[in-house]
Unconditional design. Structure first.
Length: 185
């Protein structure tokens, strides 16, 4: 994990805020169009979104019904679950059907399609959500590649080049990550 002290963290935040606020190039030329303008990097806490712990098969009444993966968002502020804009999971290169994934957080369970309606459910900083994937028989013992696409809307930051022109266009924090995890026999 990349360690960052408080001073470096605040300087990173200040730098991103300043670069986002100054969308006009020093040449005085107009800023790039919204289609080509890069989104400024959003600071994170230097943690990996896919956790090492909690990966394994789960059983119900002695039968392996699927597997679990723990994830977290690495933003410096909590997120409301309704701000999840994009969520995809692949295991060993195969896309997992969102209907087979239960998103478990705060002692509650949601289907991926229900996240957009969770306006009062917070995902606190570094809290781990558990993805419970239904797959009879689970995953085989050994190493598996996990690919997560997770983009979270930042509801209080609009894109600088759209301010005043296109209301309600918000920046996204990209939590996408890939990692190899192992199921022990």
């Amino acid at each position: 994990m990349n360690e960052m002290n408080r001073k470096e963290f605040l300087e990173t935040l200040a730098g991103v805020a300043v670069s986002a606020a100054l969308a006009i190039p020093s040449s005085g030329a107009p800023a790039e169009s919204p289609q080509t303008a890069p989104t400024p990097p959003v600071p994170n806490l230097g943690v990996e979104p896919i956790c090492e712990d909690g990966f394994g098969n789960y059983s119900v009444n002695g039968q392996v019904m699927g597997y679990t993966i723990r994830i977290r968002h690495n933003r410096y502020r909590s997120a409301i679950l309704s701000c999840v804009e994009e969520f995809q999971l692949k295991v060993d290169g195969q896309a997992v059907d969102p209907l087979d994934i239960a998103f478990c957080l705060n002692n509650k369970q949601f289907m991926i399609s229900q996240l957009k309606d969770q306006y009062t459910e917070y995902w606190n900083i570094l809290d781990k959500a558990e993805l419970r994937v239904q797959k009879p028989g689970g995953l085989a013992t050994g190493e598996h590649r996990i690919d997560l696409t997770l983009r979270i809307r930042i509801p209080y930051i609009t894109s600088p080049w759209t301010y005043g022109a296109k209301p309600h266009v918000y920046n996204l924090h990209d939590n996408s990550w890939s990692r190899k995890l192992t199921i022990r026999g």
